[in-house]
Design a protein around this ligand. Structure first.
Ligand code: PLP
Length: 406
């Protein structure tokens, strides 16, 4: 199971360590639930992208986990930011990322967002016919046009983004009109963008999308400066999952590009997903209708992926990591919904109140999608490396939740 955990994860004297730090120390010092990020894993993934595509601009899909420390760390590895709101732009700027390493997305950008993107000097991805004039008036200079290649990604329907009928991007006909209109308005149309979907484990649909993108360009007799291939590479959540390597994924896509074009890549999940492990404290353990529940001190407020996408996870009892499983347990959250189940059937040694449960592959789209449902403050996050842990997101408090009340 360690293969689902970050690269630095080890079991020492029966206890999980990440970045050389025993997890019980992390839980004692920072509390639970806690999202632990392994610095070495984030850096290694960034380097894998940079090595697979040395001429590309690699930008982090900030939506996976908007965090200033992670953005800074990625910037040190030469990675910029893909942002899609004012808030994500603010995170990227706070991390010191320069405007020319920022790509600004969104299917419904506000005037304020377009102005902020223009001020930052970001590359703006046009997503609708009406956005050409809005962008020009907001002072935007550099743009891409988002093409909907009409392919069905093999992933959960909620994270498919390139099929006909999606809310994202423009059909080839509409994209052509947007290119022409943008040029008329004096915008610098640097190229075309596509993004097929997220948690992709097969390359075929993405290759087909690039073929369609090339066809679109040929019809316009246009060799653009830039082609943005989006993100989407998946990660392993369970031992059954198989995913291509970064090198294979990127290599297969780059092979399809016309010569002389600068690629942009926008990985999110594959940069930070495996780097993150969530630690929970087990509370109540009880039987109900033949099922043994182990309840944790978090749940759908810190990780709603099981409810949103039917996501599956595995888990380890982190301080009894060498004990063999004795049964199958349902890991339930503490929220007031029957559906607040993190893992339907986890094979574990019998959990006891006070045990630490470690859930791997929780670095992407977990805290980022989190909420304060049931008045539960959002957890903290730490970054670990070389036996040291650093707080990168402070735990919210109930007092802070009350601050919004009038
Ligand atoms: C336009 C765009 N680029 C990049 C990403 C990042 O995707 P992923 O985290 O799957 O790599 C997304 C997320 O879906 C996106 O919408």
């Amino acid at each position: 199971m360690l293969e689902l955990f970050p690269k630095s994860a080890r079991v020492e004297a029966g206890e999980l360590t990440i970045g050389g730090v025993p997890v019980s120390r992390l839980a004692d010092e920072f509390g639970t639930p806690l999202v632990v990020y392994d610095e070495a894993s984030v850096r290694a993934q960034a380097r894998a992208y940079r090595e697979a595509a040395p001429d590309a601009l690699v930008v982090y899909g900030t939506k996976a986990f908007a965090n200033v420390a992670i953005l800074r760390l990625l910037a040190e590895e030469g990675v910029g930011a893909d942002v899609s709101t004012l808030g994500e732009l603010a995170f990227a700027r706070a991390a010191g990322i320069a405007g020319d390493a920022i790509v600004f997305h969104g299917n419904n950008k506000s005037v304020e967002e377009l102005r902020a993107a223009a001020e930052a000097g970001a590359l703006v991805v046009l997503d609708a016919p009406s956005e050409v004039d809005a962008a020009a008036e907001a002072g935007v200079r550099r743009v891409l046009v988002r093409l909907t290649p009409g392919v069905e990604a093999v992933t959960h329907a909620a994270i498919r983004t390139a099929h006909e009928g999606t809310k994202f991007g423009l059909s080839p006909e509409a994209a052509r009109a947007v290119v022409e209109r943008a040029r008329e308005r004096g915008l610098d149309v640097e190229g075309v963008h596509m993004h097929v979907g997220s948690q992709l484990t097969r390359i075929e649909e993405s290759v087909l999308a690039v073929e369609r993108l090339r066809h679109f360009l040929e019809e316009l007799d246009w060799t653009p400066q830039t082609i943005d291939l989006g993100g989407g590479l998946g990660i392993r959540y369970t031992r059954e999952d198989e995913v291509p390597s970064v090198a294979d994924w990127v290599g297969a896509l780059l092979r399809e590009l016309p010569a002389g074009v600068r690629p942009i890549l926008e990985p999110g999940r594959s940069l930070v997903g495996r780097a993150g492990v969530t630690l929970y404290r087990v509370g109540v353990v009880k039987e109900s209708g033949g099922v043994t529940y182990a309840a944790i001190d978090g749940g759908m407020s810190d990780n709603p992926r099981p409810q949103l996408y039917g996501a599956r996870y595995e888990a380890l009892l982190a301080t009894r990591a060498e004990e063999l499983p004795t049964g199958v347990y349902r890991i339930a959250g503490k929220h007031c919904e029957t559906g607040d189940v993190l893992i339907d059937a986890a094979e574990l040694p019998e959990p006891r109140p006070g045990d630490l449960l470690a859930v791997p592959a929780t670095g992407a789209y977990t805290l980022a999608l989190g909420s304060t449902y049931n008045g539960v403050p959002r957890p903290a996050a730490v970054l670990v490396a070389d036996g040291e842990a650093r707080l990168i997101r402070r735990r919210e408090s109930v007092d802070e939740l009350l601050r919004f009340e009038t």
